[in-house]
Design a protein around this ligand. Structure first.
Ligand SMILES: Cc1cc2nc3c(=O)[nH]c(=O)nc-3n(C[C@H](O)[C@H](O)[C@H](O)COP(=O)(O)O)c2cc1C
Length: 344
């Protein structure tokens, strides 16, 4: 067994809660827990995915990666494809609008040994959608059958999709897209309960997600606004989906996957646990990049998220963004936690 990177005290808490994970099998893909990490651009890179795996996530999807970037063999894009050798149950997510380009990129991505290839059909960002990629793919259901067929002909790995409820309130066609996906042998569908037009505003429509899950011929992973352990557990108790996917909330609380498993509220995570996680993330990022600038930016970003909501966090955020070394950042964070003497 691998040595734990955490103190005995924190390791015990982690292992105790991880023993409560319930694995799930979605088509040909298995996950070690029903709580999965959502893909987030600029965030769910290999170090962060590995950290979340250590802290209880049952699987993950990379950030969206451009099919054209892969086919042009751009270095930055190719770096995004690399998985850590310790990562489990991870899919590589591709985006694009062109059947040939996506199929060739999927064939190339397969060499990086993910557990599945996921197609992004949910990104609402203009830069992606204006060319017909991301959630714009949902506007052209006729294109989807041939698109899935073509990609599948190039890969042996399971193919999955991540979608939204539809383009806008009047055009919610997740059910239609899922039917097409089922007939082409897609393995499962991650469904974010917002339309493309909503971007990230309003609330994820869980009534719609549940309605879709009941009738769906494919396993559905429900996603959107699962932002506290109480909400996750409540949803877990009633949901017809096969798994739950969590994004933004783990940026603030890296222990959320574990806390969601702690139905009897037996474990509390302390500020010292947060500091251990910060140091662990620092190590993981260091192993992954020797670009000190990138490393520091990532650490500042994550620490700024971890402290969200704590007293004087806005002022502290300004302070750490001015610091030049990880040691200074860590020391300041340690002082900040001690002064605020608050548990999350
Ligand atoms: C900063 C950010 C980046 C995202 N990047 C991606 C992405 O690359 N691919 C994707 O399918 N979804 C992406 N999403 C959407 C999330 O996967 C998820 O569907 C959405 O945040 C709703 O879940 P949440 O409420 O748990 O955050 C992103 C969301 C955020 C906030």
């Amino acid at each position: 067994m691998k040595e734990t990177p955490y103190s005995a005290e924190l390791s015990n808490k982690i292992e105790f809660l991880k023993s409560k994970k319930k694995s799930c099998q979605l088509g040909r893909v298995s996950f070690s827990s029903k709580y999965l990490l959502a893909p987030m651009s600029g965030i769910t890179n290999a170090p962060f995915r590995l950290l979340m795996q250590e802290l209880g996530s049952g699987g993950a999807i990379t950030e969206l990666i451009s099919s054209h970037g892969i086919n042009y063999q751009g270095k930055k894009t190719l770096d995004m494809l690399a998985l850590d050798e310790d990562e489990l149950n991870t899919g590589i997510q591709l985006f694009g609008e062109n059947e040939k380009a996506l199929s060739e990129a999927a064939e190339f991505a397969e060499k990086f040994k993910p557990d599945f290839i996921d197609i992004n059909m949910g990104c609402p960002v203009r830069k992606v959608c204006k060319k017909g990629a991301g959630s714009s793919l949902m506007a052209e259901p006729k294109k989807l059958g041939p698109l899935f067929k073509s990609i599948k002909s190039k890969i042996n790995l399971p193919l999955t999709i991540k979608i939204r409820t539809g383009i806008d309130e009047k055009h919610r066609n997740a059910d239609q897209v899922i039917k097409i996906a089922a007939s082409e042998g897609i393995e499962f569908v991650s469904l974010h309960g917002r339309t493309k037009d909503q971007m990230y505003s309003g609330r994820a429509d869980w009534d719609y997600i549940e309605k879709i899950a009941i009738d769906s011929p494919l396993p559905i992973i429900g996603n959107g606004d699962l932002n506290s352990k109480e909400i996750i557990r409540e949803r877990e108790g009633i949901t017809k989906t096969s798994a739950l996917m969590i994004g933004r909330a783990v940026l603030k609380n890296p222990f959320l996957f574990l806390e969601a498993l702690d139905s009897e509220n037996q474990i509390t995570f302390t500020t010292s646990d947060y500091l251990e996680v910060i140091n662990r993330l620092d190590n993981l990022i260091r192993n992954f990049t020797d670009n000190e600038k990138v490393h520091l930016i990532q650490m500042k970003k994550h620490i700024a998220w971890f402290i969200t909501g704590l007293p004087s966090s806005a002022k502290f955020r300004e302070t750490i963004y001015k610091l030049q070394t990880y040691n200074e950042i860590y020391k300041n964070t340690q002082n900040f936690f001690q002064q605020s003497s608050v548990t999350h």
